[in-house]
Structure formats: C-alpha cells, structure tokens
Write a protein that binds this ligand. Structure first.
Ligand code: ADP
Ligand code: MG
Length: 464
C-alpha cells in the first residue's frame, strides 16, 4: 500500500485520526442502534475539542436535554468505542454545544397560591387516584431516573426539561407516577389547572368535539392546562387526525411554557407513524424509561405493600418466594398480595409456602419461564450425549429412542404444546407416538431410579 506520511500538516495531524475514528464509530452506532435512534439522538452529536494533555474528548449536542439523554443512554458505549479506536482518548464528555440554541429551559410554574387567578377546575380537571403518590412509590435502579424526573417536574418552580416522556412495559408504574406528579403539583399550587387523560379518552373527547362542532372549546380547555398529562400515548400513534391534533396541542403547551407529561409503553422512536419533526420535539424534553423491577426492587415493593396490610402476617420466606417467583410486573405482584390477603381473611390458615403456592397457582404458572421444545431437545441430547438431530431422526436404536422419549415426555410436562404439535416437532411423528412415549416414561420412572433422577435433574435445569 501507498502510505503517504502526514508531512507539513502538524495542525491537522491531531484532528484527522479523531475525525476518521468518529466516522467509524458513527457507522458502528448506526448499525447497532438502528436508523431511527441514530437519526433522532446520535446523528446530531458534533465533535468538540480534544485535550491531548488530559485525554478528554468532548462531544456536543444541540440542547441540554439531548445531551442528558445521550449521556444516560450512550455514555458508556461512546467511551468504550472511543477508547478502543484511539487509546489516547481517556475520557469522553458529553455536553451542549457552545453556540447551540438553548431549547426548553426554565419553564416557569404557574403563580403561587397567594396571587393565583381563578383558574382551577375546567371541564377536564384531573381526577387523581389518591393511592398513587410519590411517597408510596418504591424507588430502585429500574425506575429512579423516571422517579426523579417526575418529582422534579412536579415540585420545582422551574424545570429545565419539557415534556417529560415516561416509557416502559405494562404494570411498571407509569400511571402511578403521572397521578403522583399531579398530587405533588396540586399540593404546591392548589389553583393550578391540571389535566390528566388517557390517550384513549383524548381521542374519544376529540371525536365527540368534532361531531358537536366544539373543537375550539376542546382545544382551549386542553391548552389552558398548567400541567397536562396524557397516559398511554401509544394508543393514538398511527390514528392520524387524533394524532395530529394531539401533537398540535403538545406543541402549544410546550411553547406556552406549560408542563407536559406523556407516558407510553414504548420509546418515542418505536411509536408507529409519528412524524420525525414530532419525534424531535419530544427529544427536546426528557425521555426516561422504567425497566422491569429487579429482585431487590420487588422485595422492597412487597415490604412496602405489606406495611399497608397490617393484619396480614407474611413470613420472611414467603416474601422472598413471592419476590423471586413473580417477576413479570408490579401490578401482578400487587394482585398476588391482595389475593393472599383476601384468602387469609376468609380462612384461618397461616400464610406459609404451601398456602401461597395453592392460592397463587395460576399467577405462579403464568410467571414461569417459557420453556421451548427446542431447549428441551438441546438439553436432553446434551445430557445423553447424542446429536440433537437424533431428536427428529427416524432411527429407532435404543440409545437414541429413549432420550427422544424423555424429551417428548418433558415437552408434554413443561410446555403448553398439544400432543400433535409435539409430534410434529419431533420429526413429524404422530400424536399417538407421543402418547406412547409419555406413558412409557411415566411407567419407567417408577421402576428405574436412575431415569427418575435424570428427569428430575433435567426438569430443574430447564426450569431455572
Ligand atoms: P403502568 O401504568 O405502567 O401499566 P401502573 O402505574 O398502573 O403501571 O402500576 C401498576 C400497579 O403497580 C399500581 O397499583 C402501582 O401502584 C403499582 N406500582 C408500580 N410500580 C410501583 C412502585 N415502584 N412502587 C409502588 N407501587 C408500584
Ligand atoms: Mg398505565
């Protein structure tokens, strides 16, 4: 190859490798994150300066809140990518570009109570659920960013981000946080006009207003909110006219310096059919996700919820059992506790592991990890040291036929698949073959301690 040494370009020699590395890193990010995340969040990153003395490279974004978002979600990845591309870079700092326009800063809250005008009420004044408060929301790693953002938005006189976009799967506390924001905001400013609405209600009201020729009034109502909260916005994504109206409202609320909170079961860039300009509007605010609760958070939630049920004595091992076994979401965990409390009140039995397993049988089953036939075939062939292909082969030699029967038996026990379906997955065998295998293994288990032990071991491994 024809390497040309960088002669006479002393100034450029420092920046060139950085620019080149940045191109390479960007290509990698685009591939790893997908075009939408990349375009929304990462493309706007500009190279700032590099200080060769300290090894600090700065990256710049057009707004504080894009910078915060990128720092939260990509700081580690960016640092790693840069360090491996150019070892001279020891640290990456993510900030706001010096001459970027500052967007969405210092949103003043409505005037304090003393001098507030008569603005309370309104057609859509929020009915807030008294149970959903900040002080009974249990904070852990999965939700601390969302919680802190919620508290800041509700409590501070000025907030530096707007809107707040909370997203996460069902039952993780989004609605709880929205109502909690409302309570906190109202406690500080009793005359503020707070509107909480599900996106579904928004749509129904909007369509009704259209029919009654009252869209102007509808818009005025919403736009007079000091705090507007729209829950489950994924509901209107893709519903064109409603979506358009919503995003107009959103724009006006933000421009008027009023606070907006939106929740969704997915990230902004994963909402269907939302225009890029709207996405970028959202990205000026703070996007915070709520992850699935880890074991520690689940434990703390159970303990907190039990404090509210003083008549129900739940021993430590049961608390641990519930936290371990009910991992789908907080709503299910809450449902389980209520069910235990209700049953315990009706019978005089003590709450122990037996009682709980019985009362919660359905919930526990639904929370079990889904085991696939493929996994079973893999584990069983490993265990008996045969090729996995033998699971679907036609060979009848005993050393492969018996393991195959074991795998069919486990498929029947550990998956919800029907007999014909299981047969199909074992090389297109008939369902009667599966029945035969299941009976055969049941019979043998009673006679053959070694086989029985094999099956217990395999079951344990598959279930863990
Ligand atoms: P989402 O709106 O995300 O589907 P919800 O806000 O309806 O979830 O939460 C479901 C239930 O779980 C509610 O009763 C809520 O109070 C409770 N919950 C969720 N997360 C927490 C938490 N971190 N602390 C206390 N309760 C929680
Ligand atoms: Mg909800």
């Amino acid at each position: 190859m024809n390497q040309s040494p960088a002669t006479g370009a002393a100034l450029k020699a420092d920046t060139d490798p950085i620019t080149a590395a940045w191109e390479q890193i960007r290509t990698g990010l685009r591939r790893d994150c997908g075009a939408r995340t990349f375009d929304g969040w990462l493309r706007p990153i500009m190279l700032g300066g590099f200080d060769a003395g300290t090894g600090i490279l700065s990256l710049e974004l057009p707004s504080q809140f894009m910078a915060d978002w990128v720092r939260t979600h990509f700081a580690e990845r960016l640092a790693l990518a840069w360090r491996s591309a150019l070892p001279s870079i020891r640290q990456v700092e993510i900030g706001v570009g010096a001459n970027s326009p500052r967007t969405a800063v210092d949103i003043p809250a409505p005037p304090l109570v003393e001098d507030a005008p008569e603005s309370k009420g309104g057609l859509y004044a929020a009915q807030l659920e008294p149970r959903y408060r900040l002080d009974n929301f249990v904070v852990g790693k999965a939700n601390e960013v969302a919680f802190n953002a919620a508290r800041t938005l509700a409590a501070n006189d000025k907030v530096a981000f707007n809107p707040l976009f909370l997203h996460g799967g069902t039952g993780r506390g989004k609605t709880h946080l929205l109502h909690a924001i409302g309570h906190e905001f109202r406690a500080r400013r009793p005359n503020a006009n707070i509107i909480y609405m599900s996106a579904e209600k928004f749509m129904v009201e909007f369509v009704a207003a259209l029919r009654a020729n009252e869209t102007i009034r509808f818009k005025q109502q919403l736009r007079s909110a000091d705090l507007l909260m729209i829950d489950d916005v994924q509901f209107i994504a893709g519903k064109e006219s409603t979506q358009e109206e919503f995003f107009h409202t959103m724009n006006e609320i933000i421009s008027a310096g009023r606070r907006l909170v939106i929740s969704s079961d997915r990230a902004p860039q994963d909402l269907d059919g939302i225009e890029p300009r709207i996405l970028s509007r959202l990205s000026w605010g703070l996007v915070a996700d709520i992850n699935a609760a880890d074991l520690e958070l689940r434990l703390n939630i159970i303990i907190k919820k039990l404090e509210a049920l003083p008549d129900v004595a739940v021993p430590q091992d049961v608390v641990m059992f519930l936290a371990k076994r009910i991992s789908s979401n907080v709503r299910e965990l809450e449902g389980a506790l209520n069910r235990i409390a209700a049953y315990a009140a009706m019978t005089s039995r003590v709450i122990d592991l037996d009682f709980v397993s019985e009362v919660l049988a359905n919930i526990l089953r639904a929370n079990q990890r889904r085991i696939s036939i493929d996994e079973i075939q893999g584990k069983v062939s490993d265990h008996y040291r045969i090729r996995k292909a033998e699971m679907t082969s036609a060979r009848r030699a005993r050393e492969v036929a018996r393991p195959r029967q074991v795998a069919m038996y486990l498929s029947k026990q550990l998956t919800p698949r029907s007999l014909p379906e299981i047969g199909r997955r074992f090389g297109g065998r008939d369902h009667t073959t599966v029945i035969h295998a299941v009976r055969q293994i049941e019979k043998l288990r009673a006679l053959d301690a070694e086989l029985d032990a094999d099956i217990r071991l395999l079951t344990r491994q598959l279930e863990s």
